[in-house]
Design a protein around this ligand. Structure first.
Ligand code: AMP
Length: 190
């Protein structure tokens, strides 16, 4: 199975690119953010909990998020591979994912990291906020809080995957097609 982690700060284009990769490489796309938003829309208990974090631009606790991810993966027993979008976001999540996949005789083949300068990110998110309906996209304070979480808890994952020789840096600035092609070229060689 070709399992990859699509990595990058908020606004890097993970969701958009994951959707393109999914089509081209016949992968299952799992976005923990999307799964949380679905729970919020359906007003589940988990949705209520997640909302209190998401609205503050904070990460949802690991325990909840890891269980949610495992649950999603289990729904697709015949998958050709997964593109994980927005997961893992902490070291504990990355370690849990490795253990979980190993039990299935699987592994992460690569972590593809979209690199985009911060001022471009803020502009992109504010722009997206006009139409996405996402409350966490709508104001700069929440966006800054998400960057803070990223720097504090998520950025370390670069080292984690680097030490496993699975880290691939990708220029995330360009047209959708340009970025998609850069990612696809890496995926083809994994
Ligand atoms: P995203 O759509 O990936 O930008 O995620 C939106 C929000 O959902 C994040 O700001 C977090 O509050 C929450 N979230 C999504 N994925 C995770 C994760 N792996 N760990 C913790 N919180 C997450």
């Amino acid at each position: 199975m070709k399992n990859i982690v699509l990595f990058g700060p908020p606004g890097a284009g993970k969701g958009t690119q994951a959707a393109l990769l999914k089509e081209k490489h016949n992968l299952v796309h799992i976005s923990t953010g999307d799964v949380f938003r679905n729970h919020i829309k359906n007003k589940t208990e988990l949705g209520k909990l997640a909302k209190s974090y998401i609205n503050e631009g904070k990460l949802v606790p690991d325990e909840v998020t890891i269980d949610l991810l495992k649950n999603e993966v289990e729904k697709f027993s015949n998958a050709n591979g997964f593109v994980f979008d927005g997961f893992p976001r902490t070291l504990a999540q990355a370690q849990a994912l490795d253990v979980f996949l190993e039990k299935k005789g699987e592994t992460i083949k690569g972590m593809l990291s979209l690199e985009v300068p911060e001022d471009v990110l803020v502009q992109r998110i504010l722009e997206r906020g006009k139409t996405s309906g996402r409350t966490d996209d709508a104001n700069e304070a929440k966006i800054r809080s998400r960057f803070g979480e990223y720097e504090q808890k998520t950025a370390v994952l670069k080292k984690y995957y680097q030490s496993q020789k699975k880290y691939f840096k990708v220029d995330g600035v360009g047209t959708l097609q340009e970025v998609a092609e850069r990612l696809s070229n890496i995926l083809d060689n994994l």
